[in-house]
Design a binder for this molecule. Structure first.
Ligand code: ADP
Ligand code: DP6
Ligand code: CO
Length: 351
């Protein structure tokens, strides 16, 4: 039996201007444009392999070692679009094997908590769609492939690009103009770093899809957010990224996380993604920025309690000093910092 296979990894992206709300739930068309930073492939990532052969009897997906639903509409939409593009290639070149007609076996693994607010659906669907696009040897551009990933999970379209990425909401009813574009490459602002504080790795009670649907249906504050807050913020944040203006980038990132969680609280019944530890991390970030007299760290929380902190490399020891003081010893830090440095961290905050 000849089996065709392809494997890819896709990184997580964490939004600094959040996507929250769909204007079309079938096509995953958003109510607002969003911006994110894609993390390095060496950190949080999905590894997906796709295989196809004429003998395969049904499409299957294994996620983290367990069988996972593939018959849902969103995954099927992705598979249908990818098969359609492959079919167009096959119809132009009769020598190509008819992969578009065969079933797919997909195996995927996330190296970080799934469904816990660390963007597993983003890395997951980006990897699924890229693995099949690679298997089918599709010639489409990254933005075109991002349009298909968007149908699996909205945030996934942004994980197709590295660096700083915008998902432009588009206007068209069929969603052909709703896709990701790169604002800047990670090498344009290489000093930017992200630190993930895993507060809880358990699966959230309310998925992102369910949560945003409830917000759209019940929150008045949400209307204010998409009409007046996000359009202005989109331009301010894009400019801050291009100009490498960390203070503005950080302020807008923190305010947008707070605005998004406020619409969750304003949903009815309310949705609580952050817990007490998350809220303490928010206060600490404001304290640390006050302590140093400048903005050195920004927090953001997706639909879950886990914090992602953005900071510049030059401020790493200032930030980590603070984290060290709060959390005590962190595995591996004795390799990163000397005992004297760790002692000094403790002393810095005594006053
Ligand atoms: P998160 O905050 O982690 O993105 P979501 O509620 O948006 O949480 O989505 C979680 C869902 O995304 C999972 O229950 C699963 O159905 C899907 N998912 C996560 N990882 C993968 C993957 N590697 N491949 C396919 N689907 C995935
Ligand atoms: C808070 O992309 O996970 O992380 O499109 O329904 O799969 P679906 O939702 P998803 O929502 C992400 C919400 C967010 C903000 C963001 O990533 O922009
Ligand atoms: Co998600």
């Amino acid at each position: 039996m000849t089996v065709y296979t392809a494997s890819v990894t896709a990184p997580v992206n964490i939004a600094t201007l959040k996507y929250w709300g769909k204007r079309d739930t079938k096509l995953n068309l958003p109510t607002n444009s969003s911006i994110s930073v894609t993390l390095s492939q060496d950190d949080l990532r999905t590894l997906t392999s796709a295989a196809t052969a004429p003998e395969f009897e049904r499409d299957t997906l294994w996620l983290n070692g367990e069988p996972h639903s593939i018959d849902n509409e969103r995954t099927q939409n992705c598979l249908r679009d990818l098969r359609q593009l492959r079919k167009e290639m096959e119809s132009k070149d009769a020598s190509l094997p008819t992969l578009s007609q065969w079933k797919l076996h997909i195996v995927s693994e996330n190296n970080f908590p799934t469904a816990a607010g660390l963007a597993s659906s983003a890395a997951g669907f980006a990897a699924l769609v890229s693995a099949i696009a690679k298997l089918y040897q599709l010639p489409q551009s990254t933005s075109e492939i991002s349009r298909i990933a968007r149908k699996g999970s909205g945030s996934a379209c942004r994980s197709l690009f590295g660096g700083y990425v915008a998902w432009e909401m588009g206007k068209a009813e069929d969603g052909h103009d709703s896709m990701a574009v790169q604002i800047a490459d990670s090498s344009d602002w290489p000093q930017m770093k992200a630190c993930v504080l895993v507060v809880s790795d358990i699966k959230k009670d309310v998925s992102s899809t369910q949560g945003m649907q409830l917000t759209v249906a019940t929150s008045e504050l949400f209307k204010e957010r998409i009409e007046h807050v996000v359009p202005k913020r989109f331009e301010v944040m894009r400019k801050a990224i291009v100009e490498k203006d960390f203070a503005t980038f950080a302020k807008e990132t923190m305010m947008d996380s707070n605005s998004f969680h406020a619409t969750c609280l304003d949903s009815f019944p309310p949705i609580f993604y952050m817990n007490d530890t998350s809220k303490r991390i928010i206060s600490w970030c404001h304290t640390i920025n006050q302590f140093y007299g400048e903005t050195i760290v920004a927090y953001t929380f997706d639909a879950g309690p886990n914090a992602v902190l953005y900071y510049l490399a030059e401020n790493e020891s200032k930030l980590f000093a603070f984290i060290y003081k709060l959390f005590g010893s962190v595995p591996g830090w004795d390799k990163k910092f000397t005992t004297e440095q760790l002692e000094a961290f403790n002393h810095q905050f005594e006053s």
